[in-house]
Design a protein around this ligand. Structure first.
Ligand code: HEM
Length: 311
């Protein structure tokens, strides 16, 4: 690049002063000054990185101070969209693993894993009698990590059933179904049924012998439903036949065939997850509204226990 005075690449006058020509700086001077400015800015930014809470980015996201006072801690939780899902204050004993076994939370995390792996499985699976089983073989033998994906979903499903039962057992042992948590216990029972229904509807989807016969046996029980099954009490009197009773409604026919597969798929992948997610939201909200996790009775010192008043 020409520097305006005809000379090429002059960088100074030998005394450290930049060469000036009619007030114009030489390109090298401009370069050096630019580099210094960038260096200074980088130094500023590194300084800011050491104290990120002073940056505008930090302040725009986290609007409260993060010191250790109870007020700032509570504000930090309440003013954050994710953290505010948790209570600002909790009873430390109530959330101890040896009290809750962490089973409710772990059931939820397994459920999230199942939704995630299930969504990935949907990329490879067609709910059709012609290809369903072939899709499973393809997943098992050809899709990269397909076997892992399928097994994560299958073992996750078993785990969720075990965990939800353990969770229910601990709620029972700690008497947490009592007032004011009776309603949440009922919501829990609905969640238990939905968990079992998720397992049952998923059973048919591989379209293998195991699933086929399990669903044949399971839906045959529906024949004996009082009033609504053609083999059940008063079913016959109400005009129930194998072609219009509750079993027919479940299978979309009188035998386990392509309609049953499609119905199981829609219940399993769409309807039950939506219903279960809605009930989980109510369940968690209700834990908060019932005063948080029940918690063991607070420890009382002997000196704190008042003597009964003598009359
Ligand atoms: C998908 C199934 C379920 C999920 C994800 C779930 C999740 C949770 C979570 C995270 C808690 C907070 C405390 C803890 O971890 O123990 C909780 C509490 C509770 N759950 Fe569940 N739960 C489920 C099923 C059930 C079932 C089957 C019942 C009982 C029939 C039940 C009854 C309750 C009750 C009464 C509480 C309050 C307990 C207390 O305050 O100590 N839940 N649940």
């Amino acid at each position: 690049m020409a520097d305006g005075n005809g000379s090429k690449g002059t960088s100074g006058n030998g005394a450290g002063e930049p060469e000036q020509n009619g007030g114009k700086k030489s390109p090298v001077t401009v370069l050096v000054e630019g580099a210094k400015a960038v260096g200074a800015q980088a130094a500023e930014e590194i300084k800011a990185l050491k104290q990120p809470e002073k940056t505008d980015v930090w302040k725009s996201v986290l609007r409260v101070k993060h010191d250790e006072t109870p007020r700032s801690r509570a504000l930090g939780v309440l003013s954050n969209v994710f953290l505010h899902l948790h209570p600002a204050k909790i009873n430390r004993d109530a959330v101890a693993y040896n009290y809750t076994w962490g089973m409710g939370g772990m059931t939820f995390y397994v459920y999230i894993t199942l939704v995630f792996t299930g969504t990935l499985l949907m990329f490879y699976y067609h709910p059709s009698k012609v290809v369903a089983f072939r899709d499973i073989l393809y997943l098992e033998h050809d899709v990269p990590f397909g076997k892992l994906l399928r097994n994560m979903h299958r073992w996750g499903a078993h785990l969720m059933v075990i965990m939800v039962e353990l969770h229910m057992f601990r709620v029972f042992l700690t008497g947490s179904y009592k007032k004011p948590r009776e309603f949440n216990w009922v919501v829990g029972v609905i969640l238990l049924v939905l968990t079992l229904l998720l397992s049952f509807t998923g059973y048919l989807l591989p379209d293998d012998q195991l699933g086929f016969w399990a669903v044949t046996v399971g839906t045959n029980m529906a024949r004996a439903t009082p009033l609504l099954g053609h083999d059940g009490p008063f079913g016959h009197q109400l005009g129930m036949t194998p072609f219009n009773d509750v079993r027919f409604g479940l299978l979309g026919g009188s035998i386990v065939d392509s309609n049953a597969l499609l119905r199981a798929y829609i219940w399993h992948c769409v309807a039950i997850p939506i219903i279960a997610s809605a009930f989980m939201v109510v369940h968690f909200w209700r834990v908060r509204k019932d005063g948080g996790i029940s918690g063991p009775a607070p420890v009382q010192l002997e000196s704190e226990i008042k003597e009964p008043r003598k009359l």
